[in-house]
Design a protein around this ligand. Structure first.
Ligand SMILES: [Ca+2]
Ligand SMILES: [Ca+2]
Length: 446
């Protein structure tokens, strides 16, 4: 009898297939296990290797001998790295704090400075600590000794900005600030600058990106040397620049000595009514005549009358002072003699004052002797500043000037040329040689 054959083929076929699957599964498992092993080995291996700090004793005092240590270490996987020094009281001084680092070797010099100060002499434990993205941490440590440290930071004694509010417009009143201090030690680097805290580019007020450096006045003492230092700040206007826009500024002085001690001091400075003053004699025109007959042939004892118009076409007020329009000069007088005669101190030359004036050939005395305010009182705005009345021709305004010169004698050169000019005293003469005309003084004795 014969047993029905089982469907051998399927069984035969089935058995090797099962074995094959099982084998494949086993090998996959083994591979996965191996991979896991590899991965775990990789994840748990040291994060920081080859760490050293040499030499193990430094003397940070810029004498060129063991002033710095070299910190070397290798990061095996991308990590956040901290490097710090633990002092004898257990306080940590961070050189790097949780800074992200890729997996490679690092090498950095350290001169004992933490946060702009050299650490004092002593024994320190250095620690290099790393934490990878999976949260695994590792650290390496050792010892370093600091001896003969120069911990004396440079100081800006009596740092001052005076006045605290300036109006850089060349009118002679509060146009400039002086920034002064006494630097206590020689430094390697010094910076004195202004920055605008409202400038959107200055996102970090501790490290503004837009600084306006101040230039120290030339002195015997170099800017990096200890001693008294002086900066005269006018907003750059005397060099022809427009001053910074009106506003509140921070004045910063920063110094770093050769060892790395760093000091920063700040103060404030407000700029108001800043800008380059601009004015002209309108059309350069000065009318002049002998009022008796309308020409410029003037007998001795006769007079010359003139008129001119001054316009302020700038953005800031211009300051002026008498003598006032209508004033009569004798030809042997000038604004100085008139100032004495009338006891008007403000009529003497003043830095930053604007005045209209006449000048003439073979005038061997005072240049531009016949000076006048740039407008009548009704053309001007006057106010008391520091106890004295000051008058201004405001932007966009015109001032009318007129006056009389009585010729009490004939100049050495006769006939002679006479002309107008707009003086910005101690700064510049504008519209010089305006409306040059020839005058002849007729001497009836001749
Ligand atoms: Ca040294
Ligand atoms: Ca001013």
């Amino acid at each position: 009898m014969s047993l029905p054959s089982p469907p051998k083929s399927s069984l035969v076929h089935h058995t090797p297939r099962t074995t094959h699957h099982a084998l494949r599964f086993a090998s996959l498992l083994a591979l996965a296990f191996l991979l896991a092993l590899l991965l775990s080995a990789c994840n748990s291996g040291p994060l920081v290797t080859d760490a050293s700090i040499e030499p193990t004793t430094i003397s940070p005092n810029a004498d060129g001998d063991t002033d710095v240590a070299r910190i070397a270490y290798t990061i095996r996987r991308p990590s956040d790295v901290s490097i710090y020094f633990v002092d004898e009281t257990g306080a940590k001084h961070y050189f790097r704090k949780e800074q992200h680092r890729g997996d490679r070797a690092y090498n950095v010099l350290w001169g004992g400075v933490i946060d702009g100060r050299v650490l004092p002499d002593g024994e320190y434990r250095w620690v290099i600590e790393a934490t990878d993205e999976a949260g695994n941490s590792d650290q390496v440590e050792g010892k370093i000794t600091i001896v003969d440290a120069d911990t004396e930071a440079p100081e800006f004694q009596n740092f001052s900005v005076n006045p605290a509010v300036i109006t850089p417009n060349q009118d002679g009143i509060d146009d400039r600030a002086s920034i002064t201090y006494w630097l206590t030690k020689e430094v390697e680097e010094i910076q004195v600058y202004l920055f605008d805290p409202s400038d959107p580019d200055n996102t970090d007020p501790d490290n503004p990106s837009r600084k306006q450096p101040l230039i120290e006045d030339e002195r015997e003492v170099k800017s990096t040397e200890p001693g008294y230092h002086y900066y005269d700040y006018d907003g750059g206007i005397d060099l022809g620049a427009d001053p910074p826009p009106d506003g509140d500024y921070i004045v910063v002085a920063e110094a770093r000595d050769a060892v790395g001690n760093h000091t920063k001091v700040t103060s404030t400075l407000t700029i108001k009514n800043g800008g380059k003053p601009r004015a002209d004699i309108v059309q350069g025109e000065v009318t002049m005549l002998d009022p008796v007959d309308g020409d410029l042939n003037i007998p001795i004892g006769g007079s010359l009358v003139f008129t001119a118009t001054i316009e302020n076409y700038g953005n800031v007020p211009i300051r002026t002072a008498g003598p006032w329009p209508g004033t009569v000069y004798r030809s042997d007088q000038n604004f100085n003699t008139l100032a004495y005669e009338y006891d008007e101190e403000s009529w003497f030359e003043q830095s930053g004052t604007w005045r209209f004036a006449l000048n003439f050939q073979s005038n061997f005395g005072q240049d531009f002797p016949f000076r006048y305010a740039v407008g009548r009182p009704e053309d001007l705005r006057c106010e008391i500043i520091d106890g004295r009345e000051q008058c201004f021709l405001d932007p966009g305004k015109r001032g009318l000037v007129y006056g009389t010169i009585i010729w009490v004698d004939a100049p050495a050169r006769n006939p002679f040329r006479i002309w107008g000019g707009l003086l910005h005293e101690d700064v510049a003469v504008f519209n010089n040689f305006a409306d040059v005309q020839e005058v002849e003084i007729a001497d009836p004795k001749q």
